[in-house]
Design a protein around this ligand. Structure first.
Ligand SMILES: NC(=O)C1=CN([C@@H]2O[C@H](COP(=O)(O)OP(=O)(O)OC[C@H]3O[C@@H](n4cnc5c(N)ncnc54)[C@H](OP(=O)(O)O)[C@@H]3O)[C@@H](O)[C@H]2O)C=CC1
Ligand SMILES: O=C(CO)COP(=O)(O)O
Ligand SMILES: [Zn+2]
Length: 350
């Protein structure tokens, strides 16, 4: 099936390198972005990274706002401030939650957004979508794609290993997401972009290959991972939806977040979901699980403190989360018995 209209939303510039946050002012000005600027950041990141960035912004009109989670209340707070301070450019400095709030507010007020990720933990760095709690849906909504990305590898490599692993987990998910997309094209006549799907799959391949590099040279490994995460976001921008990056494995992750919130990182849940959905798809889930173990990603719900019953329940409700996006879970989902069998056979529960 052809799309009636297709807008490809991509960044104008991607700055990637070492210690490049020192050049932030130069980058921003070369993009002709005007102030006042609003830096959206998190409490921890503010202390360890953001304050240094602000120093490099001397002589410009800059305000900083701290956000704890990506919720509609935080969005409203940031939007109010942005409007009252007549902000022209929003810079998101932080993990996935911060980037999502920054790009969503930029979308709502029609201003430019610059993405400055501090952790390679998610592929929302580039994507023109955001996940905001309290909007009435657990999945992402349209947001402003970044005009520029500033990816400082020294900053990203300083993130805790758990966040780095979560980024690998989020990209591993593309293996089943693309399978689901192919299935939807076959069974439901949904638009399928071969090139975009290949791009998403390539991200998974590169993220997995970075695992070996990470142990020898953390910065080199994080660079490969960051490029994979940016690229997966490009796939979403090209597809005009998160379809190439989010399938049944993400539905499982979202279901866990609903039933048992804030226990695990997004990428960790996606990776667990990928083992389960790969099993149902009949692809080599053992190989995926082995690769996850090697990286240090949890392969059992218990490692994340998630009870077995929550995993089973999540599997049974996952298909209801985004019914318009067809996946291997079909329209009717899994029975409790089937879910339990899948979770046990893959070793996700005991
Ligand atoms: N829009 C999209 O397309 C996508 C969106 N997402 C969304 O992203 C979110 C997950 O993002 P994720 O990054 O995993 O989680 P968070 O944004 O919650 O970040 C996790 C923690 O890491 C901290 N942190 C960030 N950078 C560093 C650093 N360099 N050193 C030390 N600590 C650091 C944060 O600090 P602080 O407390 O200061 O913030 C936070 O406490 C989910 O909500 C998910 O839905 C995921 C994929 C795609
Ligand atoms: O996390 C995402 C891609 O990695 C976005 O997924 P959703 O559209 O399912 O929220
Ligand atoms: Zn994701």
């Amino acid at each position: 099936m052809e799309l009636k209209e297709h807008i490809i939303d991509l960044p104008k510039k991607v700055y990637i390198g070492y210690d490049i946050i020192d050049n932030i002012k130069e980058y921003i000005l070369s993009l002709n972005l005007s102030g006042p600027f609003l830096v959206v950041t998190g409490p921890l990141v503010r202390k360890i990274i953001t304050d240094k960035i602000i120093e490099n912004f001397k002589d410009e009109s800059v305000e900083v706002v701290e956000v704890k989670i990506a919720s509609i209340d935080e969005v409203n707070k940031v939007e109010e401030l942005a409007k009252s301070s007549k902000i022209n450019t929003i810079i998101g400095v932080g993990g996935g939650n911060i980037i999502d709030v920054a790009k969503y507010v930029a979308y709502r007020i029609g201003k430019e957004f610059v993405s400055l990720p501090t952790a390679p933990s998610h592929d929302g760095i580039t994507s023109p979508f955001a996940s905001i709690k309290g909007l009435g849906k657990p999945t992402s909504v349209k947001a402003k794609g970044p005009i520029a990305i500033i990816a400082d590898i020294n900053v990203l490599a300083s993130a805790p290993r758990r966040l780095i692993n979560a980024g690998i987990g989020d990209t591993i998910g593309k293996i089943t997401a693309v399978r689901d997309w192919q299935l939807a094209a076959k069974l439901r006549g949904e638009y399928y972009g071969d090139y975009t799907a290949s791009l998403a799959l390539m991200s998974a391949k590169h993220a997995l290959s970075c695992a070996k590099i990470l142990d020898k040279d953390i910065r080199a490994g994080v660079r490969v991972l960051t490029e994979a995460l940016i690229s997966s976001g490009v796939a979403m921008g090209m597809a005009g939806s998160t379809r190439p990056a989010s399938g049944s494995e993400h539905l499982f992750a979202h279901a866990i977040e609903i039933l048992y919130p804030d226990k695990a990182l997004h990428g960790e849940l996606v990776a667990l979901g990928t083992i389960l959905m790969a099993y149902i798809h009949g692809i080599n889930w053992k190989k995926i699980k082995k690769a996850m173990k090697k990286v240090g990603l949890p392969t059992k719900a218990k490692q994340l403190g998630i009870p077995d019953e929550i995993v089973i329940k999540a599997l049974t409700i996952a298909h209801t989360i985004r019914p318009e996006r067809y996946t291997i879970l079909g329209d009717r989902g899994l029975t409790w018995e089937a879910a339990e069998k899948i979770a046990k056979e893959t070793g996700v529960i005991e």
